[in-house]
Design a protein. Structure first.
Length: 500
């Protein structure tokens, strides 16, 4: 398998396709859609061998490629994936196909530009997960902002300019500090290779400064409380396809950054400051869950729900340090965080698509404008109820698995951590089911709802594929956990050894 540059193919194929679509021009919109669909499907097919031929028995990087890029600064075009990155790469290619399909009829103006921006975004996100050189990671990390900026800024809602600029300033501001930290590490070790950076000996003071620099970059991306305020604005203004990618994949890059950078490079500072991050995570889980309950706009409700659920990811990652000290099951906490990332990718994508389906028909996202949708859209209502239940953490769905693993791990660390984390199951049920009750059930109150048509074959297909993914991961999470197990154990070995 090593003789084929799978990862480069995955990253650059959508870029080449994007330029091809731009060359088609605005006249050939149907062809642009077809071309984008073909490119995303081929990218998904290319990512399948990554899973099939992945050796889960080693923590070493696989499918590696390394070419000197800027030799004067020892910067290399260095790609590779392990058990932590690989599921996220496959998630990206999988969600991208469904997103292109979901935007098929919705995007009506400048279709070729939208599809090109979207494919560019896909390739940059895959690049983030594959980069093994810190500078290459940084380039992809920043380049991702540009297509997303365009997607929200051109095809978004009435306040799109405000939302895009806020999104850009927040995320760009965070990553500038990461760049400073990477340059400092280069001055110390003379390398940008992520694995070699993790070996650089650092004092606790150095680690603390570097930890906060990384923390700002990744906390904004997740986004963690209190740097979360850009996300609801971005979601509300973004077109449905933009919201899906933002929730399903871009938020995961923050969690991935903690696992790839913060923990191995600054293990002592991460351990010292774990309490601080756990506190912020629990605030996100509880406080943001309460905020979600009072939302009048469906998209805002799901956006706040995303922040609350992503609090589980950071909780799982940093509870690991308390478990190392107590001799608890550390791997379950980190695996739970990873499962939660993948699961949230499916569920949030599905919920945003459901809201998109309603918005395309009624051009309103306000909960009060609906009611009794089940009478006119029974098939859609079944999907919507199912995904809302998954979002609330119903056993048998993927939403339950990751949260259960993290709550169980929290219990070993501290009863109150587990108690506060478990509240999300109550709050999640409250806001998800209350939304469903007001939108789907009851009597048809408005003329517009009585004239709704049920979902088309295309929409049914997209939602059905996501429903199967949510059920499969909920009932049988073993294949996913097996793939990441050895890489997670290797990470635990790295963070268990003090650098001080």
């Amino acid at each position: 398998m090593s003789d084929m540059n799978y990862l480069s193919l995955l990253i650059w194929l959508p870029v080449i396709a994007a330029f091809g679509i731009l060359a088609l021009g605005p006249q050939r919109e149907g062809l642009a859609r077809l071309f984008a669909m073909l490119a995303s499907v081929i990218t998904l097919i290319i990512s399948v061998p990554l899973w099939m031929h992945f050796d889960a028995s080693t923590a070493a990087m696989q499918f590696e490629e390394k070419v000197s890029w800027i030799s004067a600064l020892n910067i290399n075009y260095h790609l590779g994936i392990d058990g932590i990155a690989m599921p996220l790469v496959v998630l990206t290619t999988f969600i991208s196909v469904l997103t292109v399909l979901s935007a098929w009829k919705v995007i009506k103006k400048n279709v070729h530009q939208f599809m090109a921006a979207f494919l560019m975004l896909e390739s940059m996100m895959i690049g983030v997960f594959c980069a093994q050189d810190a500078m290459l990671f940084y380039v992809f990390f920043e380049a991702m902002l540009i297509p997303m900026f365009l997607i929200i800024g051109i095809w978004g809602g009435p306040n799109r300019v405000y939302a895009t600029i806020k999104f850009f300033i927040y995320t760009f501001f965070g990553s500038v500090f990461m760049l400073i930290a990477l340059i400092y590490l280069y001055m110390q070790g003379g390398t940008f290779n992520i694995a070699e950076i993790a070996e650089i000996p650092l004092t606790l003071k150095e680690q603390t400064w570097i930890f906060f620099a990384f923390f700002l970059a990744f906390a904004v991306k997740i986004p963690m409380f209190p740097v979360h305020t850009w996300l609801p604005d971005a979601h509300v203004e973004a077109p449905t396809a933009g919201s899906v990618v933002l929730a399903a994949i871009m938020l995961k890059i923050g969690g991935y950054g903690f696992l790839r950078f913060s923990l191995p490079i600054t293990p002592d500072a991460s351990s010292e400051l774990a309490g601080f991050v756990i506190a912020l995570s629990l605030i996100a889980v509880v406080y943001i869950g309460l905020i979600a309950m009072v939302q009048k706009d469906m998209k805002k409700l799901i956006a706040y729900s995303s922040i609350s659920h992503m609090g589980f990811v950071t909780l799982g990652i940093f509870i690991a340090f308390a478990l190392i000290l107590k001799g608890g099951d550390t791997s379950m906490a980190l695996e739970g965080a990873m499962v939660q990332m993948v699961s949230h990718g499916f569920i949030s994508a599905a919920l945003f698509l459901c809201v998109g389906v309603l918005y395309d028909r009624m051009h309103t996202r306000l909960i009060r404008d609906y009611g009794g949708v089940v009478n006119t859209m029974p098939l859609f209502a079944a999907f919507f109820v199912f995904f809302a239940m998954s979002n609330a953490g119903l056993p048998g769905t993927s939403g339950f698995v990751g949260e259960f693993m993290v709550i169980l791990s929290s219990f070993q660390a501290n009863f109150w951590f587990a108690f506060l984390a478990a509240l999300t199951l109550i709050f999640g049920a409250a806001y998800s089911l209350w939304m469903v009750k007001r939108v789907v059930f009851g009597e048809v109150k408005s003329e517009a709802v009585s004239q709704l048509t049920d979902i088309s074959k295309r929409e049914s297909f997209v939602l059905a594929v996501l429903a199967i993914a949510v059920l499969f991961l909920g009932i049988y999470p073993e294949p996913l956990i097996d793939v990441m197990r050895v890489s997670v154990e290797h990470l635990i070995e790295q963070i268990s050894v003090s650098k001080v």
